[in-house]
Design a protein around this ligand. Structure first.
Ligand code: NAP
Length: 460
């Protein structure tokens, strides 16, 4: 009876996971998607706790308390701008859990055959994802240097360590009773996870996080095979494949070759480019000047970026949108797939301020419209607008598709200084004759713009 109930709960849970992914594809249904995923997970936990193999709840209760004590502050204390780091930590914990379960199973059961293959796969991916994700967390949190660290023969050293880890895994599959190899196998996987992330920096990080997500999912799916748990196989495969698809999408958005990312962007060195440009003059303007230009415009394309999130200026931006649309200006929002610090960052931010979804446009859909736009208003975005990506072969972001902001009649950029963005490179956009730099914090400047526009409206 319990077995049948668990089976039905698992089916319901698996269906909710699938619907959750489907609903998360659109901003209009994303909340429902998150809710469905959470309910699916709750059902999965309840179903698992009902399984007849679970005979004692004491240790489970202790793990539940520890998990809650760590998870609740993670959810509430980390700001929105730190979500990538938080995601990296979640992957690290998920992968560590899978790897520890695999380790426990190895010492408890010493499995053979297909189960041992799944267990080796689970522990290898689990441990390397754990250290890799901790490294990604350290880099994004700026505890570790963000720049790629490279050294001679890095490819060879890394691939040798991976090769040794795989070889010891194969050995364990062939001779599971030789348990002394297991700690060596674990150590190699842990070291490889660190080395995988060391040479990666700047613009590659989002893709790497998506890839680590995929690894953690695949590790969980392998754990499902090792434990004979179908729901784990389904959930892990969904996680693994969606992470993989996301990393392919991110690769395309950043023009990274997938092989390059798969092998940890080995040997990629990102240098500061265009330092000479820092000496060049820019045109700056006040909120009053900018308000006059915006008021005279008929079409404005807003380009939000990471600085908008840092300044938490989304609600003020909504006010600006309202003022401009009331004055008959056609306002659209251009969303670059890697703007901000996580996939979908800008969509989430603008949704928080109730900016209508149908005014948000993906890069490919809006790029052709910049040439007709009176104003491109860039708010806290930098790398995703950098024309060097189109023209400068020496630039680390050369080939990355960008928003064609420089094609608008007038470009206005709100940021605090001429400092570079995430990729650490200068932006030639700022030195164009048509570009006006609006120096200041995004929230403060947009607030001033709204005030100035109200003055203009009063005077009219
Ligand atoms: P960006 O290139 O990082 O530039 C953000 C700009 O915002 C900075 O130049 C900064 O200039 C400005 N800024 C910071 N705080 C501000 C504030 N309070 N008010 C006004 N401006 C502020 O951002 P982006 O154009 O959105 O590009 C995203 C970058 O992050 C890409 O390189 C991407 O590869 C990378 N990345 C993306 C993800 C993802 O999944 N989306 C994840 C990790 C990394 P000032 O200091 O002069 O103000």
């Amino acid at each position: 009876m319990t077995d049948t109930a668990v089976r039905y709960i698992y089916i319901l849970s698996a269906a909710l996971f699938v619907f959750s992914l489907k609903w998360m594809r659109s901003p209009t249904t994303a909340r429902r998607g998150c809710f469905a995923g959470a309910v699916g997970m709750l059902l999965a936990i309840v179903g698992t706790l009902m399984r007849p193999e679970v005979v004692d709840y004491k240790l489970i209760a202790a793990a539940f308390v520890i998990g809650t004590v760590a998870g609740v502050p993670l959810a509430y204390l980390m700001p929105m701008t730190a979500v990538p780091q938080r995601t990296a930590l979640s992957h690290a914990f998920g992968a560590l859990a899978a790897a520890l379960v695999g380790t426990a199973e190895f010492y408890r059961e010493t499995p053979h055959g297909a189960v041992m293959v799944a267990l080796v796969f689970e522990t290898l991916l689990g441990f390397l994802t754990f250290t890799g994700s901790m490294m990604a967390f350290g880099k994004l949190q700026e505890i570790l240097p963000q720049r790629p660290i490279t050294y001679r023969n890095q490819n060879v050293i890394n691939l040798t360590i991976l090769g040794l880890a795989v070889a010891s895994g194969v050995w364990l599959i062939a001779r599971p009773e030789q348990a002394w190899i297991f700690p060596i196998f674990i150590a190699l996987a842990l070291v490889f996870g660190v080395l995988l992330i060391v040479p990666i920096g700047g613009a590659d990080m989002p893709t790497v996080i998506a890839l680590l997500n995929s690894y953690a999912g695949l590790s969980a799916a392998a754990m499902g095979f090792a434990l004979g748990n179908r729901l784990l196989i389904i959930a892990g495969s969904l996680d693994g494949s969606s992470g993989f698809i996301l990393s392919v999408v991110m690769c395309r958005a950043m023009n990274r070759s997938f092989t390059n990312v798969l092998f940890g962007a080995f040997g990629q060195v990102q240098t500061k480019a265009g330092c000479a440009e820092e000496q060049r003059a820019v045109h700056s303007a006040t909120a009053e000047d900018a308000a006059q230009i915006l008021d005279a415009a008929r079409s404005v394309i807003v380009v939000p970026g990471y600085g908008l999130a840092v300044a938490q200026a989304q609600h003020k931006l909504r006010e600006l949108y309202d003022v401009l649309t009331r004055r008959g200006v056609n306002v659209k929002f251009a969303i670059h797939p890697v703007a901000g610090r996580m996939p979908g960052h800008m969509n989430v931010l603008l949704a928080e301020a109730d900016i209508p979804y149908d005014h948000l446009f993906e890069m490919d859909d809006i790029n052709s419209e910049f040439a007709q736009a009176d104003v491109a208003l860039v708010i806290g975005a930098n790398d995703v607008t950098n024309p060097a990506a189109r023209t400068d072969k020496s630039s680390p972001i050369y080939g990355m598709p960008i928003l064609d902001v420089d094609k608008a009649h007038t470009v206005m950029v709100i940021k605090r200084s001429l400092n570079p963005g995430f990729a650490g490179i200068d932006n030639p956009l700022y030195y164009l004759d048509k570009t006006l730099m609006l120096f200041g914090d995004a929230k403060a400047f947009v607030t001033d713009l709204v005030k100035e526009l109200a003055e203009v409206a009063k005077a009219a």
